[in-house]
Write a protein that binds this ligand. Sequence first.
Ligand code: HEC
Ligand SMILES: [Cu+2]
Length: 305
Amino acid sequence: MNQSVLEPNGAEAERIADLALMLFGGAAIIFFGVMALAAASVWGGVSVRRAIASERMIVAAGIAFPVITLTALLFYSLWLMRANIQGNATPPAGRIEVAAEQWWWRITYVEPDGRRISEANELRLPVGREVELVLTSPDVIHSLWIPAIGGKLDMIPGRTNRMRVSIDGPGIYRGQCAEYCGGPHALMAFDVIALEATEFDAWVRGDVAGGSTETVRGRGIFEESGCGSCHAVRGANASGLVGPDLSRVGGRRTIAAGTLPTSRENLTRFIVDGQSIKPGNLMPPFGLFAAEDVDAISAYLMSLQ
Ligand code: HEC
Ligand SMILES: [Cu+2]
């Protein structure tokens, strides 16, 4: 999976990568320059050593050079990041709300007509369309970081932070919470799937598949076992808001915020004993199910795509 700042796939990440390369490059040149001067001051001839120790040298290299270089770098970085700093005059072409929960991601696609589609733990983005991510947190400070797509931005309780992203090409990336937020913080990741804009629109507006005859039993057990008090599934008797929306959980690449690949077996493992897979997460373990019952639930969840 691509979680590299060195392979940017979007305008924001490209600017950050450019600035970083320039800083590393400049720092390397200065480092070797200083080392050369240090060597000359130890092994150089008398006249070289005298030149290095002169007052002019100290004023030029010790005061003037750093002041000029750092001032130039400051203005260069402000200019480079101007789009990130100035705010945005034009409205974004799309809006997606991302709330960081302990320890998963609540994602809401806001349609142009105001319709809201709830999802979780997987962020789909349209290629070539500037999208505004509206970042909030209901509990503690988290931070959103998708290294290939943009910089880090904190998600702070009581505040709304906004980040514009635009993506050059389709692909699969990985994002991660970048601010320690308690126990399972390390297991708070998400997949980012960049789709062609038409595919993206079809997916956002698409119906929830699922509930074939094979999975009717699992759906019944799911609804009777109280899962719906914490989880929502569109079209089922489940509208809880405590945990991730499961309407299309079977279509995600991973479950439990990037912790396990999605499969029937892994769903069963997580439902029965999620606490040993993601210690400290806020879903109680359901160890009392008969094996065939929990397997039926997992089959039902797999069918939700
Ligand atoms: C008390 C609230 C609560 C109940 C009841 C509950 N869950 Fe959860 N569930 C959660 C929370 C919170 C998470 C997020 C865990 C995490 O990843 O940190 C979660 C995560 C999950 C996930 C992973 C979702 C994803 O997006 O990857 C599945 C699948 C799941 N629960 C299934 C179930 C099933 C099936 C039941 C009923 C047997 C159930 N849950 C009952 C709170 C609950
Ligand atoms: Cu975190």
